[in-house]
Design a protein around this ligand. Structure first.
Ligand code: PXP
Length: 238
């Protein structure tokens, strides 16, 4: 069964909606860990729209489980990661205008840039995961550039409008997970997962970690973060 990693970006989104200093994603990390999350994820975007450098600094100190920093494969972000030393980084494509990460990395096209980040991270003992669409060529390229892990983008599965498309997208994730494992990569998955679509993904045996943010933070508004995290863990394990 995969472990739950909680993305707390949207606690910071709420804070930034008012430009004040609450709610604090640092508190959210502690509560999520105490509720059983096995890792905390933050995305430090180039435009700093939610998570700030201050959050990364404090979280790298206080997270007791595992901190996964999502970031673009840029020299600026690589330097920041080298200083903060999270347990792992997940490289994601980043566009300024997008509401959330829209597609997976093009590892084939950006191989040189990604290899540079992988080498730098390795020197500092930081593991590297690549957020990619469930495509054979991207998985093979991830292995070639020396990544430790892949995170399979589940957005197309989550957003499917018909059950036929959903089945098709689910099969792609299943095949991608199996190929990733075959190539010796750690396999994680995430994006768009919520309380009504997570189980089909959670039963895929090769997946080690699920990265889930928006649905947990949304549910937390009504039931509290502790309960929202526990409910998700229960679904994943059931
Ligand atoms: N994985 C990656 C790489 C992401 O960028 C995000 C969104 O920040 C997630 C997982 C979590 O997606 P969601 O918020 O839809 O659960």
């Amino acid at each position: 069964m995969p472990e739950l990693m909680v993305n707390i970006d949207h606690v910071a989104t709420l804070r930034e909606a008012r430009g004040v200093n609450y709610p604090d994603p640092v508190y959210a990390a502690g509560i999520a860990e105490m509720a059983g999350a096995r890792g905390i994820i933050i995305h430090l975007r180039e435009d700093r729209r939610h998570i700030k450098d201050r959050d990364l600094k404090i979280l790298s100190d206080v997270v007791r489980t595992k901190l996964n920093l999502e970031m673009a494969a840029t020299p600026e972000m690589t330097k920041i990661a080298e200083r903060a030393k999270p347990d792992m980084i997940t490289l994601v494509p980043e566009k300024r205008q997008e509401l959330t990460t829209e597609g997976g990395l093009d590892v084939i096209r950006s191989a040189a840039k990604i290899e540079k980040v992988v080498r730098a991270a390795r020197k500092h003992g930081i593991l590297v995961s690549l957020f990619i669409d469930p495509e054979e060529s991207q998985i093979k390229a991830s292995s070639s550039v020396g990544a430790d892990m892949i995170e399979i983008h589940t957005g197309a599965y989550a957003d499917a409008r018909t059950s036929r498309i959903r089945e098709k997208e689910l099969k792609k994730v299943v095949r991608a997970a199996s190929l990733g494992r075959e190539l010796g990569l750690g396999v994680n998955a995430g994006h768009g997962l919520h309380y009504h679509n997570v189980r089909e993904i959670a039963v895929i045996p090769e997946i080690n970690e699920l990265s889930i943010g928006h649905s947990i933070i949304a549910r937390a508004l009504f039931v509290g973060l502790d309960r929202a995290v526990r409910d998700m863990i229960e679904l994943i394990k059931s």
